[in-house]
Design a protein around this ligand. Sequence first.
Ligand code: HGY
Ligand code: MN
Ligand code: MN
Length: 416
Amino acid sequence: MPAPGENFRINADRLWDSLMEMAKIGPGVAGGNNRQTLTDEDAEGRALFQTWCEAAGCTMGVDKMGTMFMTRPGTDPDALPVYVGSHLDTQPTGGKYDGVLGVLAALELVRTLNDLEVQTKHPIVITNWANEEGARFAPAMMASGVFAGEIDMDYAYGRTDLEGASYGDELKRIGWVGDEEVGARKMHAYFEYHIEQGPILEAEEKSIGVVTHCQGLWWLEFTLTGKEAHTGSTPMEMRVNAGLAMGRILEMVQEVAMAAQPGAVGGVGQMKFTPNSRNVLPGKVVFTVDIRTPDQAKLDRMRAEIETRGAAICEELGVGCAIEPVGHFDPVTFAPELVSRVRSAAETLGHSHMDIISGAGHDACWAAKVAPATMIMCPCVGGLSHNEAEEISKEWAAAGADVLLHAVVETAEITA
Ligand code: HGY
Ligand code: MN
Ligand code: MN
């Protein structure tokens, strides 16, 4: 069969309508979403997604981590499927498109193939990975990490949120414990379409990011032990001040990341003081340092320096210090043959494009461990993401979805 021409495109309005419909579930307080993993809102989003996929002729499978697999049959049932997915869970103050665009663009791809009565040799499986964000249960990309054999399922089940609820209990509570062994499924290839979550594509005025790599990551959880004491009557020289140690460590992380420029980031997004009372010096401070760079050696050097200097800061202040890695993956190189398929699809469709390294982590990073995998990106306004003001245009959304359609169909091989 000849490769589809440049008129082979998705229905941009239907994709946009689906995005807006899904965005109504788990609304945020400022126009975005709060549909955190394994919450009732996540369950509601899953149910809507299941209804849509089954209406498009897909059959559902769910694995023991709660990841959803919606299969459109191919003409060769023995052919390994082409998986196309991302995630429906969001940050607490997330946007409407992070993850959701990739899942619903995959659904739109199937809807378009149905409209045109196109058959493919390989089945196509739309995938909604559970707990991509890692906001409620660290690490991020947890279910895809278990799928790739990089994270132990019992460890994952035992992860708890700030209220002490465990992943396993919450998955059971919302009724989404599947029956499939995690990772039993084999993939012919994996594609993920995602907003860039950074400023490059918009600044360069490119509609398509041809993602060649993804930077590596460490999440280092620091637990600092101080001495609870009165903030008013305790003399400065008597304090065992875990809060001060945290402040100095944050400053040091900034310094390490700036010294590693260009191409490195470091910071902290979450911390917890105990007892977290205004006039009690904290007995315990827990926070997670997030460092990332595409350069393997630099990533390892940054981790070593932050751990060594963090321990020294605590020793100087007499504060106890424990450091536990709670998230990690090495820099990822995506499958060159799929990357060039994405690039040529953008060219066929006449979309401006550029090669790009993903700054954010994605389920594709783990999928790349077990199958040829790659990603497609579209710009986002101001490069903003993990913020309720996250925004894209309908045109950007459709351009990437068209590239996804072409690259996936070429990989799944049209038969009719
Ligand atoms: O942390 C990440 O990069 C992703 O947004 N979960
Ligand atoms: Mn995402
Ligand atoms: Mn995200």
